[in-house]
Design a protein around this ligand. Structure first.
Ligand code: CAA
Length: 282
C-alpha cells in the first residue's frame, strides 16, 4: 500500500494526511473547497514546524512530507489511484453514505475504504457499497499527529485480512491500533461521552463551576484536559451528536444528553471552533 486518499481537509483530515505523508505515503487530500485545502496545507506546515522546532523532524523531513501531499477538489480524481481511502468528512450520516456510494464506483476494486467516523455504524456505511468486506473504521484521535491511538472498527462483514492490513498500516504510522467491534460509540466514545455528559450535568445541577469540575478531573485523575475543556476542544455539536447515537442505539436513558448541552449547541456555542463554549476563546 502506497497511495492514500484522505477525504475532508478539516481538523481530522489534515492531521491524518500529515501523519501518512510524514511516514512516506503518497497522499491525495480531497475537499470540495479550494480554500479549505489551502488552509489545511497551512495547518500541516505549522504543525510540521512544531516538530522541527522540537527536533523530532528534520527540515528535509518536513519538505518531503509536504511534497508527499497533492490536493484535489474532485472525489473521482482523488480516489482513482488509492490503495486505501480514509474518509474524514463532516460527521453526518447522509453525507457519509453519499460519499461511500460515490467513491465505491470510482476507487479501484481492491481498495480498502475506511472511515474516521467517531460513532456512525461501519456496517451501515459498508451497506451502501458493493465491497462491505473491505470497509472498516479507522478512528484517529485529535490532535492526530500527537495522539497514539487508532481505534480500528470491524464492520459486520469486514474480513480478517482487511482488519490485519489496517492494524499493520496503523503501526507503520507509529500508532497503537486497538481492534473493536461495531456497536454504538465503539469503545472510545462509549466511555468518553458519558463522562463528558456527567461533567455537564454536574455543572447544570450546580454541583460545581466549570473550572472546579475540570480541576478535579485534571489534578485528581491526571487527565491532560478537564472534561469541559475537552468537550470544547472536540466540539459541543460533535459531543451532542455522539450522545444521540448512543441514546438511539442502546435506547438507554443513561445516555440522554444533558439539556444544558442541547441548549448550548442550539445557541451556537459549540466550543473552540465557534469562539465560545464552556470557556471563551475570543
Ligand atoms: N500537531 C503536532 N504536534 C502538536 C499538535 C499538532 N496538531 N498539537 C500539539 N502538539 C504537540 C506540541 O508540540 C507538544 O509537543 P511536546 O510535548 O513534545 O513539546 C505537545 O503536543 C503538547 O502540546 P502543547 O504543549 O501545545 O499543549 P498541551 O501540553 O496542553 O497538550 C494536547 C495539548 C496534546 C492537546 C493535550 O492537552 C491533550 O492530550 N489533550 C487531550 C486530547 C484528547 O483527549 N484527545 C482525544 C479527543 S477525542 C477524539 O479525538 C475522538 C472523538 O471521536 C471525539
Amino acid at each position: 500500500m502506497k497511495n492514500i486518499a484522505v477525504i475532508g481537509s478539516g481538523t481530522m483530515g489534515n492531521g491524518i494526511a500529515h501523519v501518512f505523508a510524514q511516514h512516506g505515503f503518497s497522499v491525495a487530500l480531497i475537499d470540495i473547497s479550494e480554500d479549505a485545502l489551502k488552509k489545511a496545507l497551512t495547518t500541516i506546515e505549522k504543525n510540521l514546524d512544531r516538530q522541527v522546532a522540537k527536533q523530532t523532524l528534520t527540515e528535509e523531513g518536513k519538505k518531503q512530507t509536504l511534497q508527499n501531499i497533492k490536493t484535489f477538489t474532485q472525489l473521482k480524481d482523488g480516489v482513482a489511484n488509492a490503495d486505501l481511502v480514509v474518509e474524514a468528512a463532516t460527521e453526518n450520516v447522509e453525507l457519509k453514505l453519499n460519499i461511500f456510494k460515490e467513491m465505491d464506483s470510482y476507487a479501484k476494486p481492491d481498495a480498502i475504504l475506511s472511515t474516521n467516523t467517531s460513532s456512525i455504524s461501519i456496517t451501515k456505511i459498508a451497506s451502501v457499497t458493493k465491497r462491505p468486506d473491505k470497509v472498516i473504521g479507522m478512528h484517529f484521535m485529535n490532535p492526530v499527529p500527537v495522539m497514539k491511538l487508532v481505534e480500528v472498527i470491524r464492520g459486520y462483514n469486514t474480513t480478517d485480512e482487511v482488519t490485519n492490513t489496517i492494524m499493520d498500516m496503523s503501526k507503520k504510522l507509529q500508532k497503537v491500533p486497538v481492534e473493536v467491534n461495531d456497536y454504538p460509540g465503539f469503545v472510545a466514545n462509549r466511555i468518553l461521552m458519558p463522562m463528558i455528559n456527567e461533567a455537564i450535568y454536574s455543572l447544570y445541577e450546580g454541583v460545581a463551576g466549570v473550572e472546579e469540575i475540570d480541576t478535579v478531573m485534571k489534578l485528581g485523575m491526571a487527565h491532560p484536559m478537564g472534561p469541559l475543556q475537552l468537550a470544547d476542544f472536540i466540539g459541543l455539536d460533535v459531543c451532542l451528536s455522539i450522545l444521540r447515537v448512543l441514546h438511539d442505539g442502546f435506547g438507554n436513558p443513561k445516555y440522554a444528553p444533558c439539556p444544558l448541552l442541547v441548549n448550548m449547541v442550539q445557541a451556537g456555542h459549540k466550543g473552540v471552533k465557534s469562539g465560545s463554549g464552556f470557556y471563551q476563546y475570543t
